[in-house]
Design a protein around this ligand. Structure first.
Ligand SMILES: C[S@@+](CC[C@H](N)C(=O)[O-])C[C@H]1O[C@@H](n2cnc3c(N)ncnc32)[C@H](O)[C@@H]1O
Length: 232
């Protein structure tokens, strides 16, 4: 993970508000992911593996309306996990949620593999391409054959005008919601230097190499995209 972007308590407090600005369709993204999982999983009980569960937004978005789902949430940040834990308690979901501080390497292989998994806004914090692939492979190894997987990440080729155009839109959005222009410039510079962008074809290639099929992008807002696929 990037040294410069760590998730401390101050960021946790700002997180819920800021993600909804960074990704204007943030809540809609979670609703669409839920629709995909529901379409694939039906009404049966299902176990979901949530990679990067810090903040607890997957748990609060999908938990209450899917009482037969259980969640294993993984995140290296104790502060972010504390926030997830709070949400779990507030929603009365403790019996359905297991939180693990660490990475996927700390998730034991269950007797029965997971029915579904998500990795939302995590991949772009891992710099090394082989490490990204390792994470995706490991997620796939934890899934039952055919299990649905949702990946959301910053994407684009940083040398391409296509990404620069999307950066302009992203900055315009911040200006429109009232941010100072100097702050917007600083945020844009930070994201372009610190976040590890991959082009869409490369992301799809990594998913294929990791053992996922039926890959399709279902979402895109500003700098971020979301893909659905299935474990082989
Ligand atoms: C931008 S937050 C996204 C949290 C949540 N998925 C959401 O969308 O609200 C990124 C999270 O990824 C976590 N993270 C970073 N590297 C990770 C890794 N290798 N495995 C799992 N989580 C990781 C961070 O600690 C942080 O909580």
């Amino acid at each position: 993970m990037n040294e410069e972007i760590t998730f401390n308590a101050k960021m946790v407090l700002a997180y819920d508000a800021n993600t909804r600005i960074s990704i204007p369709t943030y809540d809609f993204l979670f609703t669409m992911a839920q629709s995909y999982f529901r379409a694939q999983l039906g009404e049966k009980a299902a176990s979901l593996l949530v990679i990067g569960a810090g903040g607890g937004n997957e748990l609060s978005a999908w938990g209450p309306s899917n009482p037969k789902w259980t969640f294993t949430g993984v995140d290296p940040s104790a502060e972010m996990l504390a926030m997830a834990k709070n949400k779990t308690v507030q929603l009365g979901m403790e019996s359905r949620v297991q939180l693990i501080q660490g990475t996927i390497d700390d998730v034991p292989y269950p007797d029965s593999k997971y029915d579904a998994a998500s990795c939302i806004l995590v991949l772009h914090f891992i710099n090394d391409e082989q490490e990204k692939l390792k994470l995706l492979r490991s997620i796939k190894e934890h899934l039952k054959p055919g299990a649905p997987f949702v990946l959301v990440s910053a994407y684009g080729d940083r040398h391409d005008a296509e990404l620069r155009n999307r950066l302009h839109i992203w900055k315009s959005f911040f200006l429109d919601v009232g941010y100072e222009s100097a702050k917007v410039e600083e945020m844009g510079n930070t994201i372009m230097t610190k976040v590890s962008f991959l082009s869409e074809p490369k992301i799809e290639q990594l998913l294929r190499e990791a053992g996922f099929t039926h890959i399709g992008r279902f979402h895109s807002t500003g700098l971020f995209g979301g893909w659905i696929c299935h474990a082989e």
